[in-house]
Design a protein around this ligand. Structure first.
Ligand SMILES: NC(=O)c1ccc[n+]([C@@H]2O[C@H](COP(=O)([O-])OP(=O)(O)OC[C@H]3O[C@@H](n4cnc5c(N)ncnc54)[C@H](O)[C@@H]3O)[C@@H](O)[C@H]2O)c1
Ligand SMILES: [Zn+2]
Length: 312
């Protein structure tokens, strides 16, 4: 079921102002004066595919549900928390699995193929850049289409686990969910009563605890991976951020690194970002730090799907 008058594609896109000449000019100048880009994407790039983000007013998870995403420590220490996590994920995954890349993912892929974006780093766990054809990327927080066993470390396809959960839960009354109850990260909003009786599955090979192959809050991203991303920031002329509030340190640190290294930063993001105040504090001019608060596809498509100037 869909919210009245809203398609799945627009249901989770926050309200934004319309695009204007100034936005187009600022972005075009940014692309023209920088040869190579480090691109960081976040949840906002996927709202146009029907996947909600966390922080958007009215449509983000934090505005619709009191429940905060599980931490790594909660997941590993509490069987009860794992039951709640997997029940919500089991229901949410049905929608999450069928989400497709949108114009933003394709536009970014075109900029990669043109050699403009040299390094793509995503904070998203939805696998949509991969589905759009961008295989050369860093999935900083993993991918929700894979599951890892915390004991034997085997990787299992999330779709396969869905089949095992179907069998284990034939007697569980699956809550009737609406797409409006969908949460980020293949999560969905369920009441404690709805979760009761849900059966969790253990690793089919060793009986160990299964966890989605993603970095939860409270866990660290691999040190070497982070260092290689810092290096990519330094090796490119500038940074393009698409759809991230940058409130999570994991992504913000790269933008801080870029600013500290004198790189241009251009942010396409409807809402406020953690870098806005940082840029202000560092007295950056509007060329060094530009922000465009419009729906990402409107800006990207102007440069990628229509006439791209030859030199881009
Ligand atoms: N799709 C996913 O895989 C997904 C979804 C939600 C959260 N997460 C995880 O949660 C963390 C949250 O941090 P974050 O910064 O990525 O998300 P966030 O929710 O903090 O910020 C998203 C930002 O995107 C903006 N936005 C939303 N739709 C937009 C659009 N169509 N065009 C332009 N801007 C748009 C919003 O204004 C918001 O500021 C990430 O590290 C990620 O791992 C992943
Ligand atoms: Zn195992």
């Amino acid at each position: 079921m869909q919210a009245a008058g809203k398609s799945v594609k627009s249901m989770f896109v926050p309200a934004a102002r319309s695009i204007n000449e100034y936005d187009l000019k600022a972005f075009s100048m940014f692309l023209n004066r920088n040869e190579s880009l480090f691109c960081l994407t976040g949840a906002g790039i996927s709202t146009e595919s029907g996947i909600p983000d966390y922080r958007s007013k009215g449509v983000g998870l934090y505005d619709r549900d009191n429940h905060k995403p599980i931490t790594h420590q909660e997941f590993t220490r509490s069987a009860h928390k794992r039951q709640r996590y997997w029940a919500r994920n089991y229901v949410g995954y049905k929608y999450f699995a069928i989400r497709e890349p949108n114009e933003n993912h394709f536009a970014i892929d075109k900029l990669i193929k043109r050699g403009k974006i040299r390094n793509l780093v995503t904070q998203n766990v939805d696998g949509l850049h991969l589905k759009a054809g961008s295989h050369d990327l860093v999935e900083l927080h993993g991918n929700n289409h894979r599951v890892v066993c915390l004991d034997c470390r085997r990787i299992i396809a999330r779709q396969k686990l869905q089949g095992l959960l179907d069998v284990a839960n034939v007697n569980w009354e699956t809550p009737i969910t609406e797409e409006t109850k969908m949460a980020p990260d293949a999560d969905s909003i369920l009441t404690p009563e709805e979760i009761e009786g849900f059966q969790v599955c253990d690793c089919p090979y060793c009986g160990g605890i299964l966890k989605p192959d993603v970095t939860f809050f409270g866990d660290n991203v691999n040190y070497n991976l982070v260092q290689s991303c810092y290096e990519s920031v330094r090796n490119n002329d500038a940074c393009l951020v698409v759809g991230s509030s940058l409130f999570v340190w994991s992504g913000f640190r790269f933008i801080r690194e870029a600013i500290s290294n004198g790189k241009d930063v251009f942010v396409i993001n409807i809402g406020e970002t953690r870098a806005d105040a940082f840029a202000k504090k560092n007295n950056l001019s509007s060329t060094r730090y530009s922000k465009c608060e419009v729906q990402a596809s409107l800006l990207l498509n102007n440069f990628v799907n229509s006439d791209i100037p030859d030199h881009l």
